[in-house]
Design a protein around this ligand. Structure first.
Ligand SMILES: Cc1cc2nc3c(=O)[nH]c(=O)nc-3n(C[C@H](O)[C@H](O)[C@H](O)COP(=O)(O)OP(=O)(O)OC[C@H]3O[C@@H](n4cnc5c(N)ncnc54)[C@H](O)[C@@H]3O)c2cc1C
Length: 426
């Protein structure tokens, strides 16, 4: 009976299995259920993280509605991570939109802007060599109109004629505090100091000497105009005792002194600009133009260069109209200044700040396509906003800031390596 009873008991479990087999089966069962529990946990966590990341949105404040600030606003909207977007500019609308200078968007900036939904066919401007030329005010007005359309999807507030100050920040109600501030207040802005960000700059040579000139002729038209470039230029300075061009064994010394000067004429017919640049060199001509105290020499160079390379349909400069021209007195070294601190975390207020455009990096020389340097910095802004919005803790925000700083440094370095060449030398 006992035997039978024992058999019946084992028949209810595993009729023929030994004790080891039973333990083995139990272990497999346990492993399978643990695996299942882990899988369910991972799946749940991934979906909860996904939902959290999908829902994560932050308030963004953009200081400055120049071309870079307004493009930053479009990037923010595109990131899909903005709960509320506020854009400020201390200038009232009319002052902001009547800026006459022309901007030249290079092919890379054009591609970037197309990706943000900019429709160049709907903007006053002209194309030349895959560059788009428009007036800064026209560009800003167009971007403001796109932001206006976005108001249906995102809470966008544009406050023109409002300056960003300590007082502005103090008066913001707690719930309106932004998690991200993009400072794009140009080369003269002081918003970084309001936020306690160091105003130290790193100043580096671009290995070139340059000079700029402007001609204002109020009787000329103010429509976007393609730029003109000329290369390998040499100037006859023999009247000043500098014999730069001498024939030696059939080869001109000028040819031996390659690559000479590069000239660009740009801007509208009403506000004409000229940029003259040459690689760093210790040639007699360069040394002379670097140190001369006679301001009429540079004036003469620009005067003659303009008349030699201007378009056929615009008037020549003459003795009378020459007085409308202002220019550098001598060649100066082209320097790029970029902020030592281009992004920061404001402890306590839990705000991540990034500095963009000319507020972050600026040349002491106008190349006629300066705005592109600002656009390069914005290429990492969307990712920065996404990472900050979806950050789980302070460390994630610091990592996002560190990546932004790294990119900002790369932008400055790659401009130093190739920027001047593509803006002027080709
Ligand atoms: C005479 C001249 C000619 C130029 N020609 C060309 C050219 O031919 N091609 C070209 O590509 N580029 C040209 N540029 C350069 C071009 O204008 C700049 O690269 C471009 O404007 C920089 O854009 P940004 O948005 O960084 O700064 P900005 O255009 O300077 O915009 C900054 C904005 O911030 C606002 N601001 C400042 N402080 C505050 C504050 N505290 N609160 C709120 N708002 C504030 C300012 O009002 C301003 O609107 C020229 C510049 C000049 C001066």
């Amino acid at each position: 009976m006992t035997m039978h009873g024992a058999n019946t008991q084992s028949g209810a479990g595993r009729p023929n299995g030994s004790l080891e087999e039973q333990y083995g089966a139990l272990a497999v069962d346990t492993a399978l259920s643990t695996l299942l529990a882990v899988l369910v946990y991972v799946l749940l966590k991934v979906s909860l993280d996904g939902i959290r990341q999908w829902r994560a949105k932050v308030s963004v404040l953009i200081v400055g509605s120049g071309p870079v600030g307004l493009t930053a606003a479009l990037v923010a909207v595109r990131s899909g991570k903005v709960l509320k977007l506020t854009v400020l500019d201390e200038r009232p609308r009319t002052a902001l939109l009547c800026r006459p200078q022309q901007i030249a968007l290079d092919p890379r900036s054009v591609k970037f802007l197309l990706g943000l939904g900019v429709d160049f066919d709907n903007m006053e401007g002209c194309w030349h060599n895959e560059h788009f030329f428009t007036k800064i005010g026209v560009f800003q007005e167009y971007l403001l109109s796109i932001l206006e359309q976005k108001k249906q999807k995102v809470n966008v507030k544009v406050h023109l004629g409002v300056k960003f100050t300590e007082d502005y920040l103090r008066r913001l109600p707690g719930q309106d505090w932004p998690r991200i501030i993009v400072v794009a207040d140009g080369s003269c802005g002081d918003s970084c100091s309001v936020l306690g960000i160091s105003s130290d700059y790193i100043v580096e040579s671009c290995n070139a000497y340059g000079a700029n000139a402007t001609i204002e002729r109020l009787d000329q038209r103010q429509v976007p105009t393609p730029e003109i470039r000329a290369h390998s230029l040499y100037f006859d300075l023999s009247a000043y005792g500098v014999d730069a061009i001498k024939e030696t064994r059939g080869v001109t010394q000028a040819a031996a002194m390659k690559p000479g000067f590069h000239l660009k004429i740009y801007g509208t017919f009403r506000n004409r600009y000229m940029a003259l640049v040459c690689p760093l060199s210790d040639s007699k001509m360069v040394r002379f133009l670097r140190h001369t105290t006679n301001s009429s020499i540079m004036k003469n160079i620009f005067y003659q260069s303009f008349n030699a390379y201007k378009t056929d349909i615009e008037p020549r400069l003459n003795e009378l109209t020459q007085r409308h021209m202002q220019c550098s007195r001598k060649l100066f070294e082209v320097l790029l200044s970029h902020r030592r601190v281009s992004a920061a975390y404001v402890e306590g207020d839990n705000v991540a700040v990034t500095v963009e455009g000319e507020a972050a990096r600026v040349l002491n020389f106008d190349t006629g396509c300066g705005v592109n340097l600002g656009m390069r910095g914005l290429e990492s802004l969307g990712r920065f906003i996404y990472r900050t919005a979806t950050a789980v803790d302070r460390n994630d925000v610091l990592e996002a800031l560190s990546a932004k700083i790294q990119h900002s440094k790369q932008v400055a370095e790659s401009f130093r390596q190739t920027g001047l060449a593509s803006a002027m030398f080709q």
